[in-house]
Structures are given as structure tokens and as C-alpha cells.
Design a binder for this molecule. Sequence first.
Ligand code: UDP
Length: 236
Amino acid sequence: MAQKLALLYEGKAKKIYRTADPGLYLVEFKDDATAFDGAKKGTIRDKGVLNNLISEKFFRLLEEHGVPTHFVEKVNEREMLVRPLDIIKVEVVVRNIVAGSLAKRLGMPEGTPLSRPVLEYYYKSDELGDPMINDFHIQSLELATPDQMETIREIAFKVNNVLLDYLAERDIDLVDFKLEFGVCRDQIMLGDEISPDTCRLWDRKTGERMDKDRFRRDLGHVEEAYAEVYRRLAGD
Ligand code: UDP
């Protein structure tokens, strides 16, 4: 088993450690939660455990569908091994239904279906609060090459198709989600996590929110919602 060495980076929800193997990093999922650029802080009991389980499920599913991801294996309740990536400083959001910042920006009610998926880019910068950018900014700031962005777009829509179908079978609407990408040995790969922290997931029958909006908006039953997502993915 890869040995956990120096802490490389601590983010809001995860810690990344070096391991004895230079080709493997260890990700530890924390229970800490933040929202509104860190203005709201809290903990969600067992979130780290559930996000580790849920991300593992999604990464394995996507790998089965030919999507390259940084996921290698889950090592224990809160930790997974991943491939080290050179992170591309562009956060990619895919939307199927209007919610959150899009509802505000366009003055549309949350829950309005989009006639086709919408792709958005945000500049990954905590200091700036991840401002929205477009292809021109990305090229001008040299955040990624045009070829890399084409691959990223293709992967983002593929992820959307795979997750939409998989979640629909489990009575969950995939409203929107955020992806991060990086480069490992010249290959673009999906990084970060895919969990109720980074996706909006609505119960198909009741419309109930099963994601971080329960924390952001003080809706209560946050732990239960994350656990229910995992229960449906695990199929028991
Ligand atoms: N999201 C994320 N990290 C961010 C910003 C957004 O994971 O820093 C996810 C969020 O959970 C949602 C989607 O990206 O699933 C779209 O978020 P939106 O732009 O509506 O922003 P929000 O309303 O979350 O501020």
C-alpha cells in the first residue's frame, strides 16, 4: 500500500498527500464544508466518507465508459489514490436544468429545463472568486491549448451523458455539476471529485435537493441527503 507522506495541499474539502510512489497522490476527504467563497463554514458529519464512496462509484463508472480519470483506487473510508495531474486552471460546469448562479444571471426560475446542455468555464482562482470566462480568455491567458479545450469539451459532454442516464435510473435528476481537469503524461484526465458537493442532484419524484444546496441554503438533513445519494448508487 502506498505510504502517506508530506501534505502537499489542503483545500476546503480535501487534503492531498505525496506518497512513496511518485506516480500516486493520496486524497483525503474531509467533513468540512464551505459555501459562498468561504463566507459560510461548517461540517457535515461523514461527508468525507460519503464523498469518497460516491466519487469512487462515479470515477469507476466513467472509466468503464472510456473517460480517463485520475482515480486509481480507494484505500480506506476517507482516502483514495489518484494519479498526480498538472491542473488546468479552468473549472468546467455543465448544466441541464436552470439552478444556482445561472438562475440569478439570466433571471430564470430554478427548475427550468434547458433545451440543450450548457457548458460554462470559470477561472480557478480563490482570490478572484472563480470568475466566469470564455474560450477567448482561456486562449489569451494560455490556461489550456485549443486542442486541450476540445478534448475537455468532449469529455464534459460524455460525462454528462453517462451520469444523466445512470442517475435517471436511480430516480435522480442531474441538474448541473462542476468538473476539473489536468494533464498526466500528455493525457487530459478528469480530476478532483464528483459528489453532492460538486453536483446538483434532485429527487426525480419529489424534486427534493440531495446535494450541497441543503447546506448552502440551510435546508437541513444534509447528511441524510448525501447518504441517500450513496444508497441509490450502491443499489441497496
Ligand atoms: N460548483 C462547484 N464548485 C464551485 C462552484 C460551483 O462544485 O466552486 C458546482 C455547484 O455545486 C453546482 C454547479 O457547479 O453543481 C453550478 O454552480 P453555480 O454556478 O450555480 O454556482 P453556485 O450556485 O453553486 O454558487
